[in-house]
Design a protein around this ligand. Structure first.
Ligand SMILES: [Zn+2]
Length: 436
């Protein structure tokens, strides 16, 4: 290669690349120094975590938890709106003209009888929104997600001379059951806050405490709830079991539908489970219909559409074959949309995580669980990133989210959750670690 080519093309390109890498490292190391400098004293967030763990609230009735987080946000000087889509809370921190970044955690706990033996374990029984007395426990770790979000908000508030834009902090109700994200949007969330440029959420999981995992593309499955009513035929004077008994028909359908879907699509693509079954009225001597609820999980939008059609057609065909007097009825509801991280949202976060967490940054596998976080975008196409942070301190007896034994280790889970959310937010604002 002639010398002139080296001096005209190769050297400048090399110098540019080296300068770019140095700048990137500079940006990420200054992000790390912001995190270290402005991380709040963890004591009060540990206390919030223990108190919330001991005093959990079920989906749709999270009034006390919402009041506690609202008062914490007000204490930090954020403008707070409450009771959005139920007990939803939003805090707004305007900090100059720039991007709007929404960060979110969930308020609700689960109907579980806690068996962790922690000194701050929940022994609480509360009335759910249907009037039933239920045990209640933060078995999914939403208490840890909330503590990390509050701590990250305090960090970002303290570090506000290092970023420009609007921070929107969302505490969402009713994630576990009915879709509080959609309820918040329908209740006018975006008449109270600007439409974000990006949305961020994280969840504590049984990864090693201190680690984080992120990826672009699909990270959580979609879930549809399909209520099915199968009709039988009353035949007075004869044993109803000798007629078209809807209980027997529905049972045959429930038993076969999982295998039929598995055979047609493969269990990697779609799963079907029966989450409820009800038929008959006490005292009645024959049964008109049987109801069952199917939970259908899928990964690809096209496959989801095909599976929903397949399930409906298959149930209709079985009813015909078994001489049902009427066609079955279907009521479908999207329980959780697919969670698909945008590469544009993930890229700056992955770079910041890679530099800060080093070997504790892991690739995120597609998980066969669901979330309604992406429904917070409503009809807007808002790029988002959702990642996991680890909460398990040993390899033995790992309990998974939703188990009555699930309890993340407080240290260093809380610190890494605060750091991850604050880092991701700074990276999403485009902060270069310098005062504007
Ligand atoms: Zn959860």
């Amino acid at each position: 290669m002639p010398r002139s080519v080296w001096s005209a093309v190769v050297y400048p390109a090399l110098i540019f690349t080296v300068a770019l890498l140095a700048m990137r490292n500079g940006i990420n190391s200054s992000l790390a120094s912001i995190i270290d400098r402005y991380r709040p004293d963890l004591t009060s967030y540990e206390k919030f975590y223990r108190n919330t763990h001991q005093d959990p609230e079920l989906s749709g009735v999270e009034a006390n938890t919402a009041a506690v987080v609202a008062s914490h946000l007000e204490g930090l000087g954020l403008v707070v709106h409450s009771n959005i889509g139920g007990h939803g809370v939003v805090g707004l921190l305007e900090n100059g003209l720039g991007r709007t970044v929404l960060i979110r955690a969930e308020l609700d706990a689960l109907p579980r009888h806690e068996q962790t033996n922690l000194s701050y374990a929940s022994t609480k029984i509360m009335t759910d929104r249907y009037g039933n007395e239920r045990p209640v426990m933060h078995a999914c770790g939403h208490d840890m997600n909330m503590a990390a979000l509050l701590g990250a908000t305090a960090l970002l508030h303290g570090a506000r001379e290092h970023w420009i834009g609007t921070l929107v902090v969302v505490f969402q109700p009713d994630e576990e059951e009915k879709g509080g994200a959609e309820a918040m949007v329908e209740d006018g969330l975006y008449s109270m806050i600007p439409v974000p440029n990006i949305m961020l959420a994280q969840h504590v999981t049984p990864l090693n405490s201190g680690s984080v995992a992120i990826a672009s593309g699909p990270v959580l499955m979609a879930a549809d709830a399909v209520d099915v009513r199968v009709f039988g035929e009353p035949c007075p004077g004869i044993n109803p079991q000798l007629c078209q008994d809807p209980i027997a028909i529905a049972m045959r359908i429930v038993q076969s539908i999982q295998d039929l879907v598995k055979k047609e699509f493969g269990e990697e693509e779609a799963t079907v489970a029966c989450w409820g079954f009800h038929a008959g009225i006490p005292g009645a001597d024959f049964v008109f219909y049987a109801d069952f609820l199917l939970d259908i999980k899928t990964v690809k939008p096209k496959v989801r559409d095909e599976v929903l059609v397949f399930v409906k057609k298959s149930i209709e065909a079985q009813c015909k074959e078994m001489d049902c007097p009427k066609d079955p009825l279907f009521t479908s509801k999207v329980r959780a949309p697919l969670t698909t991280n945008a590469e544009s949202a993930v890229k700056p976060i992955r770079e910041a995580f890679s530099s800060y967490f080093a070997s504790n940054l892991l690739p995120m596998e597609l998980q066969r669980v669901t979330e309604d976080f992406s429904a917070l975008q409503g009809s807007f196409k808002i790029p988002y990133a959702y990642w996991n942070f680890g909460g398990t301190s040993s390899d033995e007896d790992i309990a998974y989210n939703h188990s009555p034994f699930y309890a993340p280790a407080l240290d260093p889970t809380l610190k890494s959750g605060i750091d991850a959310m604050a880092l991701a937010t700074l990276a999403s604002f485009g902060s270069e670690g310098h005062a504007p």
